[in-house]
Design a protein around this ligand. Structure first.
Ligand SMILES: *Cc1c(COP(=O)(O)O)cnc(C)c1O
Length: 396
């Protein structure tokens, strides 16, 4: 079958929850993807901030192949070495004390919410605790994660979701304070909002929220599913701000393509929240997924990924600023590290479609923002190539 025929088949078989670009991707190498007809695409999406190491990384692939031949899955009722090694590495990278592996980001958020509710329940024996989340946030599509996602359009048709969630504004401490009651058990946010529009939190805001949480014994949850794993030039964004959460989520680049997430917490939260029988997963942290995370974290260190992000970021920002200055329809550049956005005065769908036709993959964040979340191995040349193509796709 050719590409067109495959797409027709897809539209008959798959549930139509995505407006997909009209290409069928077949293989990847480094920062490039190839479609079924052999066309090459420069990829600034990386599976949405997933493939941090680039496609077809030999050491990563070999680690997976070795693990496949050894043991792919076993129940969490037994220990397995990759999960132990991966947990040790995740602890070191995240600065957290305890790790629970999941299969996805949304599940990591679910676990974080459960841990926070259990912590509050153990304190007062009640079950009416509240969570404060941020407007424009994105935490995933399951019912709990959706309940704390600050986009009414995503939530509305599926209500009632889990209750007792209030929304405040990122970087507006007073709005958070005004939502706090004696029932508040957690405040959840992305240190850098991704899907909701590439908004970084300010250090001052995070510092005040941290102090508020300490004062009221409220748990601070950072969702670092997108902004974590080196993307901001730090392993996790909290390290950049030096504001540490009590509970944290990670996913996307953690498995670099193998479905894997995690929620982590400090020892004091772990000792006073989830315990035997409170939470579980059949697949989460199975030997194959854990072997992926173990190798990814090893390669981050060995290949100096974070140093590379820090070195290239000023150039990346400068080139995006250049485009923003050149085209009146671009209102601003916003973001942090290799998590950048260009904000347009119009919907960006048509620009992205043109880019795909010219061999460049980009993704939006909302209707008016082009989001750049490439592999963390991109070079200045890759950035130049991206800018050249994108420039041709923008018309005023
Ligand atoms: C992608 C994302 C999620 C959801 O992760 P899934 O693996 O799609 O469930 C949650 N939070 C943030 C910040 C994300 O970017």
């Amino acid at each position: 079958m050719n590409m067109k025929e495959y797409i027709d088949e897809a539209e008959k078989a798959l549930l139509h929850t995505y407006n997909r670009y009209q290409i069928v991707l077949d293989r990847g190498d480094g920062v490039y993807l190839y479609d079924l007809e052999g066309r090459k695409y420069l990829d600034f999406v990386a599976g949405i901030a997933v493939f941090a190491l680039g496609y077809n990384n030999k050491e990563y692939n070999d680690a997976l192949k070795n693990q496949i031949d050894k043991l792919i899955h076993t129940s969490n009722y037994y220990y397995n070495v990759p999960a132990i090694e991966a947990a040790k590495r995740v602890k070191r990278a995240s600065g957290m004390d305890r790790v629970f592996f999941t299969n996805s980001g949304a599940e990591a958020v679910e676990g974080a919410i459960k841990a926070a509710r259990k912590y509050a329940y153990l304190k007062d024996g009640k079950t009416d605790h509240e969570i404060i989340a941020m407007n424009h946030s994105f935490h995933g599509r399951t019912m709990g994660a959706l309940a704390v996602t600050g986009n009414p359009k995503y939530r509305e048709a599926f209500e009632p979701l889990i209750g007792n969630v209030k929304f405040a504004d990122l970087n507006d401490f007073e709005s958070v304070l005004s939502k706090v009651t004696d029932r508040t058990c957690a405040i959840i946010m992305e240190p850098v909002q991704g899907e909701g529009g590439l908004y970084p939190a300010t250090e001052e805001f995070l510092r005040k929220v941290r102090a508020l949480c300490d004062e009221r014994d409220i748990l601070l949850i950072f969702d670092e599913i997108q902004c974590g794993m080196g993307r901001t030039g730090y392993m996790y964004a909290w390290q950049r701000y030096q504001i540490k959460p009590d509970i944290m989520t990670s996913a996307k680049a953690l498995g670099c393509g193998i479905p894997l997430g995690a929620f982590m917490m400090t020892e004091s939260v772990a000792a006073n929240s989830l315990t035997s029988g409170d939470h579980g997963t059949t697949y989460g942290g199975n030997p194959l997924a854990a072997a992926a995370a173990e190798k990814v974290l090893e390669l981050f260190e060995k290949n100096h990924i974070i140093e590379h992000v820090r070195e290239i970021t000023p150039y990346f920002e400068q080139r995006l600023e250049y485009l923003a200055a050149k085209h009146d329809c671009i209102l601003e550049r916003r973001g942090m590290g290799f998590m950048q956005g260009l904000v347009f005065d119009r919907p960006v769908g048509e620009i992205i479609n043109r880019a795909v036709e010219k061999g460049l993959l980009l993704i939006n964040a909302g209707t008016h923002i082009i989001r750049f979340v490439p592999a963390l191995i991109i070079t200045k040349e890759n950035i130049d190539d991206m800018i050249t193509i994108l420039d041709e796709c923008i018309w005023s």
